[in-house]
Write a protein that binds this ligand. Structure first.
Ligand SMILES: Nc1nc2c(ncn2[C@@H]2O[C@H](COP(=O)(O)OP(=O)(O)O)[C@@H](O)[C@H]2O)c(=O)[nH]1
Ligand SMILES: [Mg+2]
Length: 353
């Protein structure tokens, strides 16, 4: 089997975490599976990819470009995975991305018919975003969410352990009614619920290869896309005291950035902070908007004196301003902990420019 599937869905929907849980589940219960993390930073090490590696997944990354527009790189990567014994490969696309059904699925079918079997086109939506969409309170983000869901063959209601049975039924019912051509599965990467059903759906079912009805020129979609900026930073942090807690540092940094972005009247739908020590110990902090609590999906188990750090941010903020806000926050918090920083890589840009 040479099955390939795209995972789409908004920033923070749970794509990376679910792909990690899925590839591990699939490799343990069916056959080897691999994941590809895709984002736009030029030549950067993606936090998503490093996280997948630290989590022990078969993983690779495609940077610089959306997989929608680099079919040769994608094909080469997929062939390498299948030749190494994988039966299923999943890749995400950047979290505001729309159009992979057309560009990736139809593109592969036209260019390389029969080379890969295409799994149902999968779109994740998390409970909090779904609630905003249902209540008409998602603002411009609603245009992206709706366009993404229109592309889906399979909708994954992610983080489902956060919902009661009744809430789950109501959410799935709404999705089924509004996107009636789709199948829906509630999944929790955290509790493992729904992973078996997701794995079976991807392995056993096929993409519909529909042509979704999306108005790419609609003002709402264009405005939502045009207001986003991306920021990538990779550095090494060294500290002399041996009681330094990398997790406390990540949390303080996430708080500083959240407060600075909030004070500037901007929004930051996804900030990822990942740090790891030389012996493979690692921690992560995530921010999914200035109004939400900071998530700590993984913790350091012991103090460390030498850390690799990756910061990836997507914000509704002009590029230059985002660079200044994050740069100042990194300096303030790193000075507080007396860290010596060596910057390896920085990239940032506004998506609408
Ligand atoms: N409660 C809960 N949180 C989750 C689950 N899956 C992912 N998350 C959290 O949601 C945040 C965003 O997840 P991520 O996989 O990075 O989203 P992506 O941007 O779509 O790739 C992270 O803090 C994850 O730990 C889940 O099943 N349950
Ligand atoms: Mg991700």
């Amino acid at each position: 089997m040479r099955k390939f599937g795209v995972f789409s869905g908004f920033l923070g929907a749970g794509k990376t975490t679910t792909m990690m849980a899925l590839t591990q589940y699939c490799s343990a219960h069916f056959a080897p599976a691999a994941m590809i993390s895709n984002d736009l930073g030029a030549g950067v090490l993606l936090a998503d990819h490093k996280q997948a590696q630290l989590g022990g997944c078969r993983a690779s990354q495609i940077t610089d470009e959306c997989i929608c527009f680099c079919r040769d790189v994608l094909t080469e990567r997929l062939n390498a995975c299948f030749e190494s014994g994988c039966e299923l490969v999943v890749s995400d696309i950047p979290g505001f991305g729309v159009g992979a059904q057309e560009h990736v699925y139809h593109g592969l079918e036209e260019d390389r018919p029969g080379e890969f079997e295409l799994a149902p086109f999968t779109v994740l939506i998390e409970p909090q975003m779904l609630a905003l969409l249902r209540e008409g309170r998602a603002g411009e983000t609603g245009f992206i969410l709706d366009a993404q869901l229109r592309e889906a063959d399979l909708i994954v209601l992610s983080k489902c352990e956060l919902l009661s049975e009744a809430e789950r039924a109501s959410s799935i019912g709404w999705l089924a009614e509004r996107y009636p051509w789709t199948e829906q599965i509630a999944v929790s990467a955290r509790s493992g619920e729904g992973l078996d059903a997701l794995c079976r759906a991807l392995r056993e079912k096929r993409a519909s290869l529909r042509h979704p009805e999306i108005d790419y020129d609609a003002d709402g979609l264009q405005n939502a896309m045009g207001s986003l900026s991306e920021y990538y930073l990779q550095y090494r942090a060294v500290v002399c005291c041996d009681s330094f807690d990398g997790g406390v540092y990540l949390l303080a940094l996430a708080e500083e950035i959240r407060d600075a972005v909030g004070r500037a009247g901007r929004e930051i739908p996804h900030l990822k902070l990942l740090a790891w020590g030389p012996e493979g110990d690692w921690g992560k902090a995530d921010l999914l908007g200035t109004e939400r609590a900071i998530e700590v999906p993984h913790r350091f188990t012991r103090p460390c004196t030498d850390l690799g750090v990756l910061l990836n941010a997507s914000a509704a903020c002009p590029d230059g301003e985002l660079e200044r806000l994050i740069g100042e926050a990194v300096k303030t918090v790193s000075d507080r902990y007396r860290l010596e920083l060596t910057i390896f890589k920085k990239d940032h840009f506004g998506l609408g420019e």
